[in-house]
Design a protein. Structure first.
Lengths: 311, 443
């Protein structure tokens, strides 16, 4: 019986609170002459953020910041709120400082290792990158160090041909680090500018496969002390919060120097990168926007953020 | 992969179970926490919202308020709703009685269609079907090579044509199967985005042309919020029969499974958990539910308890308690009921939290056996009037039951305490259908 009473009392109190809030808001409005952003607007924004895979914590943090900044802001319109949130989001992204062209000039051959979980888009991205570097006038070699997946070699062969670059490959089930070794070796011999090494898809929770990646890195590094110059982690833009763990685990075995988010030509927003980028200080380098050879774009933070708010 | 989700749910629910009184405040605190757990697990925003609303409605109902153990009840509501979300029946693959069984694989890029096609072929081969794999992905570089390599590994023929026409390849593969006495065709199609009109039309056409027995939508279990959009769009286009969840060997929390299930209402039929061709699992919704909920499957415990404590016996018991006539015979009956529910250790393992708390502690299943033996060694009179149990009788009972005098003393003491406690309780508790197994004390 007591419990029953309690509950009704709580309800009553809550009802009163709401009324009071309304009154206070009204008063504020009258006094300041500005509309207060209502909860419905904030709810809407929360929905946009959450359904972009930004994640609960980051969403709450951003809304919190927005509320704070709004308080000190003169203009409290909805439009302004969205602008505040956009700038809040952009500021969480780590900026890329490296100019890859000058880096390549300094370190030849410039070795890029491409890693990620199964089916994320590594091989396709290598094809696109190879094409870009080739178009920029560099001599490019790709290495087929995915010796595991059925027809992985054949797939990369097609891409090498499309991009018109050299490929180094060995048979299926050979040691991937020996393929990586030979690719870099070949690049040194041939005076190549850029080396792109494709690796097999591996889930970040598989210790033996992660160790294998570490070995590939060590073998390359032994041969060429400045290599790998970049290790790009490819993330499927459709992935949700699991991508954070992927980034963390891959970073443990190789130093991830950049992220590439693929499949952003669909309706997924890839918002999970905000957490990754701010937590781990890793810049996003490129985004994949299709299956064609030219469907790779430089990452543009403000465009990316704007896309979140497009319906 | 669902461990994380279930751990979080468990600890959240533990908090509320520990609270004697439920108020709107602590219900809403709990639900906010649950909401966060679901969102972190990639359950879709809207699905989460509906879920929370549904639970709120039920939790605020009179049932909870009147219940003596409201924490228990809200726990059950949340678990029940999750189970509803996952679906209740497992659905087998359809097999065509006349003519070849045709299975069409569809889905986004890189979700695992080709690999799963080979896995399914192997699975069906081992069940006596004669499978043909059809390579209808004419876009992805080396897609046909990939399927051929996999086909070789599992000694399954692969049909392909040197034409860039997925419709024709699909149609011709059926004719090829018929000619060659193969009774099952698995058509592997290219990955496509649900917003790619041209490619969606292609897969729509293939469906019309070959009239598949079964269309499977293949989804990466790591997919986030957008899973509902692609799942819906594919469903609108081809009205698929079931879902395959891949890459389950990752540690994703798999919330997308809940989202898709709830948005399109199609059953999850298979799980894929590895790159090797034998890692294919037929999907059982109840198992996934208990995986999500963790080993601490509170629902089945509650249900088992409700099942075993049947109404008339409970009323009987209640009557006795009210008249303060609860004796060792009744105690024995109660123990038997508990035993019917399973072993003590398995019962305990069903209580969320107990598992993690007691990971290494050994539960003595013999405890109940001992108690039973002791009571069985009592005479009829001793059982109904425990007061007469003097030192001599106790010694005899210990000898007769193969226990020690300390064991007998402890039991009689505990029984006395229990009687006292029961005297204080109103008969209400036992009548309550929301019997709380957490209040059963062993030892
Ligand atoms: N729509 C779209 N599809 C993409 C994009 N990037 C890759 N894909 C497709 O995704 C699928 C997988 O791409 P792959 O390059 O083979 O992926 P991977 O990471 O090398 O895969 P594994 O080597 O098997 O681990 C292919 O069908 C690609 O065409 C993209 O940006 N947009
Ligand atoms: N770890 C793991 N990897 C898987 C699983 N299923 C598929 N893969 C891997 O995921 C990658 C993509 O698988 P595919 O079968 O090529 O995917 P797909 O859907 O046919 O890809 P597209 O044809 O490009 O759209 C490959 O590297 C597979 O080996 C799984 O259950 N677990
Ligand atoms: Mg690859
Ligand atoms: Mg495929």
């Amino acid at each position: 019986m007591n419990l029953f009473k309690n509950l009704n009392f709580d309800k009553l109190k809550e009802g009163l609170n709401k009324t009071r809030d309304k009154i206070v808001n009204k008063i504020t409005e009258v006094v300041t002459g500005k509309a207060v952003i209502d909860e419905a607007t904030l709810d809407e924004i929360e929905e946009i953020l959450l359904s972009s895979d930004i994640g609960y914590d980051t969403t709450e943090k951003i809304l919190e910041e927005a509320r704070k900044r709004l308080k000190s802001e003169k203009d409290r319109s909805d439009v302004n709120l969205i602008e505040i949130i956009k700038s809040e989001l952009s500021s969480t992204l780590t900026a890329s400082t490296k100019d890859i062209n000058s880096e390549i000039e300094k370190n030849k051959p410039y070795v890029i290792l491409v890693v990620g979980i199964n089916g994320a888009g590594k091989t396709t991205t290598i094809g696109k990158l190879a094409n870009n570097f080739k178009q920029a006038g560099y001599k490019v070699i790709v290495g087929a160090a995915d010796t595991f997946r059925a027809a992985a070699n054949e797939q990369l062969e097609v891409w090498a041909k499309r991009a018109d670059v050299q490929i180094v490959e060995k048979g299926t089930n050979t040691d991937p680090s020996s393929v990586a070794f030979e690719t870099v070796n070949q690049a040194i011999k041939d005076n190549a500018d850029v080396v792109l090494i494709d690796t097999a898809g591996r889930l970040h929770n598989k210790t033996n496969l992660m160790d294998e990646l570490n070995k590939i890195k060590r073998v390359i590094n032994k041969l060429l002390p400045h290599a790998p110059n970049d290790t790009f982690l490819v993330l499927d833009g459709n992935n949700g919060q699991n991508a954070i763990i992927q980034a963390e685990e891959f970073a443990k075995v190789t130093d991830i120097s950049g992220l590439i988010i693929t499949k952003l030509d669909g309706t997924a927003k890839g918002g999970v990168i905000f957490q990754i980028s701010s937590k781990m200080q890793i810049p996003v380098k490129y985004i994949g926007v299709g299956e064609g050879i030219t469907d790779l774009q430089d990452f543009d933070p403000s465009m990316f953020v704007s896309a979140l708010f497009e319906k | 992969m669902f461990d994380d989700l279930s751990n979080k749910l468990e600890s959240t629910l533990k908090k509320i179970r520990g609270q004697g009184k439920l108020t709107e405040k602590n219900i809403s605190d709990t639900l906010r926490e649950i909401r966060r757990v679901l969102l972190d697990a990639d359950v879709n925003y809207k699905v989460t919202k509906d879920f929370i609303e549904e639970v709120t409605k039920k939790a605020l109902g009179a049932e909870v308020i009147n219940s003596i153990t409201p924490g228990q009840l809200i726990t059950k509501i949340i678990y029940d709703e999750l189970t509803v979300l996952l679906g209740s029946n497992n659905s087998e693959l359809k097999i065509n009685g006349s003519g070849p069984t045709i299975i069409l694989m569809v889905g986004l890029q890189g979700s695992g269609k080709t690999t799963f096609s080979a896995k399914l072929a192997k699975h069906l081969n081992s069940r006596g079907r004669k499978v043909l794999l059809a390579a209808a992905d004419i876009y992805r570089p080396a897609a046909i090579d990939q399927l051929k390599t996999l086909g070789e590994q599992i000694k399954t023929p692969v049909f392909s044509l040197d034409v860039k026409d997925a419709r024709k390849i699909s149609v011709d593969s059926i004719a090829y199967a018929k000619e060659n006495g193969l009774d099952t065709v698995i058509i592997d199609t290219a990955g496509r985005l649900h917003v790619d009109q041209e490619l969606m039309d292609e897969v729509g056409d293939i469906k019309k042309l070959v009239n598949p027995t079964e269309i499977l939508f293949v989804v990466d279990s790591m997919t986030g919020q957008d899973a509902v959009n692609s799942a819906k769009a594919f469903n609108e286009k081809v009205d698929y029969d079931g879902i395959v969840l891949t890459k389950m060997d990752g540690d994703s929390r798999g919330g997308c499974a809940l989202s898709i299930r709830s948005v399109v209402g199609k059953p999850i039929k298979f799980l894929s958990a590895g790159e090797k061709l034998d890692s294919i699992d037929v999907f059982y919704p109840d198992r996934l539910a208990s995986r999500i909920l963790g080993k601490g499957d509170i629902i089945s415990l509650v249900e088992k308890a409700q099942e075993q404590f049947d109404e008339s016996e409970t009323e009987d018991l209640e009557e006795k308690i009210r008249k303060n006539k609860f004796d060792f015979d009744d105690f024995l009956k109660q123990i038997k009921m508990i035993k019917k529910m399973g072993s003590l250790s398995s019962l305990l393992s069903m209580i969320p939290g107990v598992n993690s708390a007691m990971k290494n502690a050994k539960v003595d299943d013999n405890a109940l056996v001992k108690v039973e033996a002791i009571i069985n060694s009592m005479t009829k009179q001793e059982r109904t009037t425990p007061k007469i149990l003097n030192g001599g009788r106790r010694k005899r009972i210990a000898r007769g039951s193969g226990t020690s005098i300390q064991d007998v003393n402890r039991l009689i003491k505990q029984f006395g305490d229990m009687q006292k406690m029961m005297g204080q309780l109103s008969g209400k508790m036992l009548k309550n259908p929301n019997f709380n197994p957490n209040t059963i004390k062993f030892n």
